[in-house]
Design a protein around this ligand. Structure first.
Ligand SMILES: [Zn+2]
Length: 61
């Protein structure tokens, strides 16, 4: 048995950011800041509205 391989990896709380930073485009539904940059064209949704839209789309049919 080799105990030298039993090293625990340190838990990291920091996660990589999807966008560089503000300004973010406003959500078309609730005006909350989205994860997308302001230069994003078309409909921008915040994570919450995006999730709801996905649920609605999944329920169609
Ligand atoms: Zn929203």
């Amino acid at each position: 048995m080799d105990d030298s391989y039993c090293e625990t990896t340190p838990s990291r709380a920091a996660e990589p950011e999807p966008a560089a930073g503000p300004p973010y485009a406003a959500c078309v539904q609730c005006q909350e800041p989205t994860e997308y940059p302001e230069s994003t064209k078309g409909i921008t949704l915040c994570p919450v509205c995006e999730w709801r839209e996905a649920e609605r789309t999944a329920c169609s049919g």
